[in-house]
Ligand binder design. Structure first.
Ligand code: NIG
Ligand code: FE
Length: 404
């Protein structure tokens, strides 16, 4: 079906950002069109331009009026862990009172704490709670949501979590796009004496079982001291690549473990966190198509120094921002709020900021046919009830989302 949406105060097309591969962006690369219209069918954007110049071939088609509103490429949250049971409010307070995330995790808290609460929760209840969370993200104008498994940490519960994400994908089909990321390699449960034992007894066999069901969009692994080693990453990625599943990594969150370099060498589609990444990691990413996904909410929530965002941006790395929404290290579900708070800290310009949660976030998920309002790309966009883009991040946390 053909649709014409017209009279937007602004269409933030990111046309030039797309041409520049999402790198070295200047504010003008937002390619904003004033008093704009967009023509699209179910699969493609057909035309974008000024409302007064809609081509005559579309003149008999019905139009919808969006005056006073803006349209931009769909807001994407490219990094969440939103299927979990229970909460870790007490750990947040422990951190306020002086304990570090690592100390709490080493004392039996952290991911393993949520694992215990998740294992106790039924599949139905986990699904219902995740549905509520997905609906909340959608209410902010987020249209694509990546969701990682990883709080089951045994064969049965991790299988269940991947199936729950698949069910969410089916439930929201047509409304939202959900990306199902397999992250059984999130922490090592105490049933196993070392990471490689858990990888070979649970993670690899489960990936082999799930892959033929064709429900996984990516695999991820927490490459970090006391979590998973380089050997574990290589074993997981070898199998994933045989199965044709794209790879992602959590890297350099607590230490410079050379995770970014490993991600590039492994052809990962993204590597995420990057708080401690050194210059070698920055240089490797700049020469690659691996997206650096920054998660500023986690730095804020844990009281850690932030990733060297300007170094990545100046080197020409493709930079995305995700929420990292999870019960422990970032209990915030609003990627637009997180990006609004982070941009002044990171010293990102407006194009870098919005590309990070649209175009570059799509690439962090391996999606190459959305992220700009340009003919030929998919018609995935977010419409906000405000007259200028500036307002979205100027009013921290205010919801301007317009459901259409
Ligand atoms: O991305 N770093 C590893 N995983 C999550 C933390 C999850 C948790 O603390 O529950 C993250 O920050
Ligand atoms: Fe994460």
């Amino acid at each position: 079906m053909l649709n014409i949406y017209q009279n937007f105060t602004q269409a933030v097309t990111l046309q030039n950002a797309l041409i520049k591969d999402g790198r070295h962006l200047l504010p003008s690369d937002l390619s904003i069109i004033k008093n704009a219209a967009i023509v699209f069918d179910d699969n493609n954007i057909l035309w974008v331009g000024e409302s007064s110049k809609i081509p005559s071939q579309y003149s008999n088609s019905p139009t919808q009026n969006f005056s006073g509103k803006i349209i931009l490429p769909e807001i994407i949250d490219c990094h969440t862990h939103l299927v979990f049971g229970g909460d870790r409010a007490n750990e947040y307070t422990m951190r306020l009172n002086g304990a570090s995330y690592e100390e709490i995790a080493n004392a039996g808290g952290g991911i393993v704490n949520t694992m215990k609460q998740t294992r106790l929760m039924s599949r139905q209840k986990l699904f219902e709670m995740a549905c509520t969370r997905v609906n909340t993200l959608a209410s902010y104008g987020v249209g694509t949501i990546e969701i990682k498994s990883g709080y089951g940490l045994n064969f049965e519960k991790e299988y269940e979590l991947s199936m729950i994400i698949h069910e969410l994908k089916q439930k929201f089909k047509g409304k939202l796009q959900i990306i199902n990321t397999f992250m059984a390699a999130h922490a090592i449960p105490k049933e196993f004496s070392c990471s490689s034992e858990y990888i070979s007894n649970v993670v690899l066999p489960l990936l082999s079982k799930l892959a033929p069901e064709k429900i996984l969009d990516a695999v991820d692994i927490f490459h970090e001291k006391n979590y998973f080693s380089t050997e574990d990453v290589l074993a997981l990625f070898k199998l994933a690549q045989q199965l044709n599943i794209p790879c992602k990594m959590h890297v350099d969150e607590f230490y410079d473990n050379k995770g970014a370099v490993l991600a590039v060498q492994s052809n990962a589609i993204s590597c995420d966190h990057l708080l401690m990444t050194g210059d070698d990691g920055v240089a490797a990413l700049a020469r690659s198509s691996t997206v650096a996904c920054l998660l500023p909410g986690t730095g804020f929530f844990l009281g850690k120094p932030q990733a060297p965002a300007r170094k990545f941006l100046d080197a020409g790395v493709r930079v995305a921002i995700g929420s990292d929404y999870n019960p422990g290290s970032c209990h915030c579900d609003n990627v637009l709020l997180i990006a609004s708070l982070a941009a002044p800290q990171y010293k990102m310009n407006q194009a870098e900021l919005f590309a990070a949660i649209t175009l570059n976030a799509a690439h962090a998920l391996g999606i190459k046919n959305q992220g700009a309002l340009v003919p030929g790309l998919r018609p995935r966009f977010s419409i906000f009830n405000t007259t200028q883009l500036d307002n979205l991040t100027y009013h921290w946390g205010k919801n301007f989302f317009e459901c259409h």
